[in-house]
Design a protein. Structure first.
Length: 200
């Protein structure tokens, strides 16, 4: 970074933009600083390095803590997914997203969670449809959370699995049988009334 001419005893503030590995832990890391300048004789000189500490905050991580949502083939339903911030720092303006793949479809696959401090939870609601030919079993849908960190940088979480269970729908046969019995009973009563009136 270019600073310009510095007089003896003068103090100049400098700003450096750095990035931190995703694997970094919450601690202070040493960084060496040095200056390259021209002395009064016009020679280029490099100063001795000065080590300073750069504090790095904890990272944000999430997990899904809700039980699997249950869906029926051929039916559209809103499922609730609960997320927890398991990291060491707050996630701001968090927004969750679910990836609906075959046999699932969704026209509402994002949900706003708000600010999530460490240990706090939030519930996302997604409207999901299941193909009528879907197999009845448990599926894992990919989900991720986009948020802003303490420096207002946009971040995306690691991918998480949202478990959903496709269960058999209720068979219409008992309902049909019940309807037939009811119609038969109504018909029987009607016939009885008709015969009684005919005799009278």
């Amino acid at each position: 970074m270019y600073i310009g001419t510095i007089s003896p005893g003068e103090v100049v503030d400098s700003t450096f933009k750095v990035s931190v590995s995703r694997d970094a832990t919450a601690q202070t890391y040493p960084v060496d600083l040095l200056a390259v300048y021209q002395n009064h004789e016009g020679d280029t000189v490099t100063s001795d390095p000065v080590t300073v500490g750069v504090p790095v905050g904890g990272k944000v991580s999430f997990e899904v803590i809700s039980t699997p949502g249950q869906l029926i083939p051929g039916v559209k339903k809103v499922i609730e997914v609960e997320y927890r911030n398991t990291g060491d720092t707050t996630a701001y303006n968090a927004q969750a997203r679910i990836s609906a793949i075959d046999p699932f479809t969704s026209n509402d696959d994002t949900a706003f969670l708000g600010d999530l401090s460490p240990g706090s939870t939030a519930i996302a609601r997604y409207e999901v449809s299941v193909d009528p030919a879907a197999n009845t079993k448990e599926y894992g849908l990919d989900s991720e959370i986009r948020y802003r960190d303490a420096l207002d940088n946009s971040q995306i979480s690691d991918t998480m699995k949202v478990q959903v269970e496709v269960i058999p729908g209720k068979s219409p046969i008992p309902m049909i049988i019940g309807l037939v019995v009811l119609l038969g009973a109504v018909g029987g009563v009607g016939y009885y009334v008709y015969q009684k009136r005919k005799k009278n």
